[in-house]
Each structure stands twice: as C-alpha cells, then as structure tokens.
Design a protein around this ligand. Structure first.
Ligand code: ATP
Ligand code: MG
Length: 464
C-alpha cells in the first residue's frame, strides 16, 4: 500500500466534489439490484477530502501547488528506458515526469504495462535530445522515443484543457480540440480520473498531486477530475474507461462518478464508433471481462452499446448465468495465457443472444447477419470480424458434432474451436448441443435464400 508523507499546501475542496462525502450507496438501475453477485456492489465509503486541487492561498506566481508525497517507487518495476528519458530531459533543463497509468499501477503495487512521460519540452526539443525518436500525430504532436525490442516511450508535452468554447451550449460539451500546450498543473487537470493524473519526479522520489489522486489511490476509488457529469459529456468514452479501471484494478467507483455514468450513458451514442469498438475490446482483454460487462449491464451502459445483449440478459431464465460463466472463462484463460483473439472475444460476448436468434433457423448465416447488423452499425465493427462471427456461429452445430469438413482447413477453424472450447469449459455438460443443429444444411456461406425460424419470444425491456 501507499506510504509517504504528504506535504499539504492548503486544502480547498476538489471541484465538483461538494456532496461526495455522504457515503451513500452507489446508485444503480432497477433490476440489477437483486443480482446475486454481491462483490460487484461498488461502494466507496469514507469520502472525506484529504487533498487539494489548489491551495487556499495561491502562491506568488499564481500557479496552483501540488500536494507532494515523498515516496520512492519500486525502481525494479520502473522501466529503465523510461527513467533514461526522464533523466535526460531533466538534465536538458526541462521538467519531466512519469505520468498516468504507470504511476497509478506502481502505487497500487502492480507492474505497469507501459510507461508514459510528460515534459515541459516541446516535441522538437525532445526530438533533438533523442536521436532514436520520431514525432507522431498531427493534431497533438507526441514524441515516440524508440528502444530495442520495439519498445516505445511516449513522451508528451504538457497540455491544457481547451478554453470553454463560446459557441458550445450546455448540452454540447463534447471536446473536439484538445491541442494546446500548457504547464504541469494544467496537464494534470485535463486528464480523466484523479488516479490517472499523478506525476512522479524520479530524481526527488516525489509524487506530485494536483487533483486529489493520492487519497483516491488509498481509497481505491475511481473518481473524475472535476464534475463527473461534465467530464463524461465532454468525452463519453471516459465512461468505459471508468468501468475498465474499476474492473481491471478492482477499484470502487465513487457514488458521484457512478451516478454520472448512469446519467450520461446515452451520450455514448455520440462518441466515435471505432473508439467504442476498441474500448469494449479493452474491457474484454484485461482479465476482468466478467466484472466489466457486469458493470456495463448494471449501469445501463450496455443498453446503449449492446442492447441485443442487455435485452437477452433481462429476459433470460432466472437461473441462466451462461453469459457470465462464459465471461469468467474468458478471464480465466486471459489470466493464464494473455489476451484472446478479438474474434473469439466478440463471438463469445454475443454468442448467447446470437444462439437464440439463430435457434431453429434454416439459414444461420442470414440470421446471424440480421442480428449483427445493428451491432456493426453502432460500433463500426470491422467487416473481417463481423464476417468471422457470422461464420463461426453458423457453423457451430457442425463443429459440435465434429463435422468440420472443408472449414477445418481454413484459418478461422482454430478460432471457432476456441469458442467451442470456451463453451465446453464454461458450461460443462450444458454446452453439449448448445448450438442446436437445425434441420437441413447449415453451411451458411453456400446457402442463400429463405429463412425459417421460430418466432422470437417477446422481450421485456429492463427499465433504465
Ligand atoms: P492502461 O494501463 O489501460 O494503458 P492508462 O491510464 O495508461 O491505462 P491510457 O489510455 O494509456 O491509459 O492513457 C494514458 C493517460 O492519458 C491516462 O492515464 C490519462 O491520464 C490520460 N487519458 C487517456 N484517455 C483520456 C481521456 N479520454 N480523457 C482524459 N485523459 C485521458
Ligand atoms: Mg497506458
């Protein structure tokens, strides 16, 4: 856990946190309430303020001062190349820190998956200091400093949040341009969650905190910087990021942030579709797909992104936990062997509602196609992935009965077999015949024409 001695420089309340101290239980939409998985009741108590975003007495230069925590992070877990980048920048006369996910992970006692550096040096200055670097990005220029083995240390100049745009009304907070250089404290505030905005000064062994991130690390809480609703409306993808961090790092979400997720969830429909597609995959890839998807369901986020799945869940038999069991199996495999193939992840995620949609259909490919149309439109699912899901689902009855035929010589075969294997491991005997073989032929790609299927059950929509 975190240790160290914070030096407080004034204690003003954190923006948007005026009522976060009441310790109330997290809001949640109606029918998730009685779900048996108690561990997913995200509750963060003890919300009293401990830190400040800005001192009550502004220092002479007008810059807010951070709370400084003297603590040496575990050098063994700090990437030596990232440390090299920071130290060379500092020797060059610039400010430079480790920042973001790596500092958060180190403080939580985890091994970071990558290291980001932020600095007062402009991209061209960074470029000059590192021969092995290249400037990337047109909108916001970052420098990639390259090391052996394909390692990249992303080095970004401090930037600040864009000025409030006169033309933007209250309902249009969406950020379209965040391309302005700034100072360290501004760079901290433009970030999404307090735990993601801590800067680590390697030379001094100090964590600099302008946003109350350290107390949130100690409380293990995901909380936005500033008013949650505003921050989610500015960039709705942050909703999925909150869910991802809560799920994969096993953190709570503060009540205020949780309520704002529920309130802002419909704004996800306005976010860039490829980002949504990618973020959903990230929820599935981190070994916490079960927790993440459960949170999506509980908050109503799933109603916006994957209504096909949320209606299926709302309408399933009471004791049918297959979707959750499948996701747990994904997590088990991910923790054991690393992230699964994207097609496997998407197929398993949608397998249960897809199975129902194809139930009894003569032309399973056509049925799967119809089912997936909405998902593909909403999330810009790449054609390659959508097509693979259709084929796997269509062929499942044959694979189940060991009749792979021609298909067993295609590259998709091992992917399909992994899906089947996940079904078998997750559901045991119940997996047998899960993809009920239809009457007649089913090798969809070859079959066109009429579809015949049982009428679908009418679905009862869950109230948001
Ligand atoms: P991970 O371990 O999943 O990579 P991360 O915190 O490093 O977590 P990144 O997506 O790599 O996440 O982003 C790096 C940092 O950039 C974050 O820690 C956060 O400070 C900032 N950031 C990323 N996305 C946003 C966003 N949508 N809005 C504001 N800040 C963001
Ligand atoms: Mg990262």
């Amino acid at each position: 856990m975190v240790s160290g001695s914070p030096q407080k420089r004034g204690a003003a309340p954190r923006d948007g946190d005026d009522d976060a101290g009441d310790g109330r239980a997290l809001g949640e939409p109606a029918d998730a309430r009685d779900h048996e998985i108690e561990e997913f009741r995200y509750k963060v108590e003890d919300m009293e303020e401990e830190s400040s975003a800005s001192g009550s007495e502004p220092p002479d230069d007008g810059r807010p001062r951070p709370t400084v925590h003297q603590l040496e992070l575990d050098e063994d877990r700090i990437d030596p190349d990232a440390a090299k980048v920071v130290r060379r920048l500092v020797r060059g006369g610039y400010e430079a820190y480790l920042v973001g996910g790596c500092v958060r992970d180190l403080l939580l006692g985890r091994r970071p998956k990558d290291f980001d550096v932020c600095t007062s040096a402009r991209p061209d200055d960074v470029r000059r200091l590192f021969r092995n670097s290249r400037v990337i990005g047109r909108r916001f220029r970052l420098v990639h400093v390259l090391f052996g083995g394909g390692k990249v240390i992303e080095t970004a100049t401090f930037r600040r949040a864009p000025e409030a745009d006169e033309d933007r009304g209250a309902d249009d907070l969406l950020i379209r341009n965040d391309n302005v250089f700034g100072e360290a404290h501004q760079d901290a505030r433009r970030r999404d969650f307090t735990i993601n905005a801590l800067f680590y000064d390697l030379e001094r062994g100090e964590v600099l905190d302008w946003v109350g991130g350290m107390p949130d690390i100690e409380k293990r809480a995901v909380h936005t910087i500033g008013k949650p609703l505003v921050r989610f409306l500015e960039d709705p993808v942050r909703i999925l990021r909150a869910i991802k961090f809560s799920a994969k790092l096993d953190l709570g979400i503060t009540p205020e942030t949780y309520d704002a997720i529920v309130e802002a969830r419909k704004a996800l429909a306005r976010a860039a579709k490829p980002r949504l597609f990618e973020e959903i995959l990230r929820l599935m890839r981190e070994g916490a797909a079960h927790r993440a998807l459960f949170l999506c369901w509980e908050t109503g986020v799933m109603d916006v992104l994957l209504p096909e799945l949320s209606t299926f869940l709302a309408d399933r038999e009471e004791d049918d936990d297959r979707v959750w069991q499948l996701l747990q199996e994904i997590d088990r495999r991910t923790i054991e062997n690393g992230p699964l193939d994207d097609v496997v992840l998407w197929t398993v995620l949608l397998a249960e509602p897809l199975r129902e949609a194809c139930d009894g259909a003569r032309d399973r490919v056509e049925m799967a196609h119809e089912f997936l149309e909405g998902v593909v439109d909403r999330l810009n699912v790449p054609r390659r992935i959508a097509e693979s899901i259709r084929r796997i689902v269509a062929l499942m009855p044959r694979l189940e009965s060991g009749r792979g035929g021609r298909f067993s010589r295609t590259p998709l075969y091992p992917v399909a077999m992994e899906v089947l294997d996940i079904y078998r491991s997750a559901l045991g005997d119940a997996a047998e015949g899960a993809f009920d073989a239809p009457e007649g032929p089913s090798d969809g790609a070859a079959i066109a024409g009429t579809t015949e299927r049982r009428p679908r059950r009418r679905r009862r929509r869950r109230k948001p």
